[in-house]
Design a protein around this ligand. Structure first.
Ligand SMILES: [Ca+2]
Ligand SMILES: [Ca+2]
Ligand SMILES: [Ca+2]
Ligand SMILES: [Ca+2]
Length: 370
């Protein structure tokens, strides 16, 4: 059963072209690759040094991290998993060269074990046994950057259960200093790195799923941070955050997903660590505007089926679909018939046109003018 679930658990990838104007983005067909059970986070990097990007996936439900080596044609090989220990529940994975040997390593936040696993890479897609670092309670997200400017990769870890961030400075040899903790808002669940005040020192943006807010912590460049500034998001349930200069003014901006409102909130940065009021955008299907459109369509359909003329039209169409069937005359001019919709296509056509549901055999009554 578990193996079946493992096979079924998969990650999807889409390929999209670079959009240079406000044209709608076109997506090609996605391909699914197995990853493990409960894939929760993904990171990319060339872990085997062949010049092609590979994937690292944290599988929360089977306590593993999987690596899918990339092929030259854009496809990926079967996952190779590393087990991280019972009930480790890895939720986030990052890639960096923590021991500076030129081979990429993995960092995995284990939300069940309150640790971060460091897996030194062998440069061929395999990894050495994991080194375990203490994090806060419920580490849910992890980011890799050099927070103290010593050229050695460090870690920022959002601890959902202890409402804080762990900053874990790297020694450059694969070992790390004890974590320093920085208080955030309630339930930090996602962390991203950018330079929001343009002082070349990395800053942090943290999504607080417990309070529906975003905390921005400006870095001092020595591994310490200023007190967080807190911004509201467009919903009470925030998901993940992305950083980038979305309006091209040279200042880093924020985009955060609102899982309850089905929107994305964008906060345009002012370039000094402050942000303009948020703007909300529909996140696609399920957004407010889309929902209104669906409701209007649904209302029209329901109304249409309620009118005698439209109902007759539906029945005439249904009669054509069910050609060859027996029609039985019933009392009062009513026609009754049974039709066997042998093919799925017919069944779908029938369903679409008549608006009734059932199994293979259908029975309904109504006046048919045809
Ligand atoms: Ca390395
Ligand atoms: Ca560093
Ligand atoms: Ca900065
Ligand atoms: Ca900007």
């Amino acid at each position: 059963m578990l193996k079946t679930a493992l096979r079924l658990a998969a990650i999807s990838f889409v390929v999209f072209p670079v959009s240079v104007s406000a044209q709608p983005v076109q997506f090609s067909t996605h391909r699914d690759y197995p990853s493990g059970y409960g894939p929760a986070s993904i990171a990319t990097g060339d872990v085997n040094g062949d010049g092609i990007r590979d994937l690292a996936v944290a599988n929360r439900l089977d306590d593993s991290v999987a690596v899918l080596l990339g092929n030259a044609d854009g496809s990926f090989q079967r996952p190779v998993s590393v087990y991280l220990g019972p009930n480790s529940s890895p939720c986030s994975v990052g890639i960096g060269d923590f021991n500076r040997d030129g081979r990429l390593d993995l960092a995995v936040a284990n939300s069940g074990a309150n640790t971060v696993s460091i897996l030194p890479g062998n440069g061929d897609g395999t990894f050495q046994p994991a080194l375990s670092l203490a994090a806060g309670t419920g580490p849910a997200s992890l980011a890799v950057a050099d927070f103290n400017g010593d050229g050695k990769s460090d870690l920022a870890v959002a601890n959902t259960g202890s409402n804080d961030l762990s900053i874990i400075l790297g020694n450059g040899d694969g070992t790390f200093q004890p974590a320093q903790r920085w208080v955030t808002d309630a339930g930090p669940s996602f962390v991203a790195v950018a330079d929001f005040n343009r002082d070349t020192k990395p800053d942090l943006a943290v999504v607080n799923s417990g309070s529906g807010t975003i905390s921005v912590l400006l870095g001092n460049g020595d591994g310490t941070f200023q007190a967080p500034s807190t911004f509201g998001a467009g919903g009470t349930h925030v998901g993940s955050i992305a950083v980038g200069d979305f309006n091209g003014d040279g200042a880093q901006d924020l985009a955060v997903t609102n899982t309850d409102a089905n929107t994305v909130s964008v906060l345009a940065g002012n370039g000094d660590g402050t942000f303009q009021p948020l703007r909300d955008f529909d996140a696609g299907q399920g957004g407010p505007r889309d929902r209104q459109r669906r409701q209007r369509r649904h209302g029209r359909r329901e109304h249409g089926l309620g009118t005698r003329r439209r109902r007759r039209r539906h029945l005439r169409r249904a009669a054509r679909v069910c050609r060859g069937q027996r029609l039985q005359r019933a009392r009062g001019g009513e026609l009754q018939r049974r039709c066997d919709l042998g093919s799925r296509r017919r069944q779908q056509l029938f369903d679409d046109r008549v608006g009734v549901a059932g199994n293979e055999r259908w029975k309904f009554s109504g006046r048919v003018d045809a």
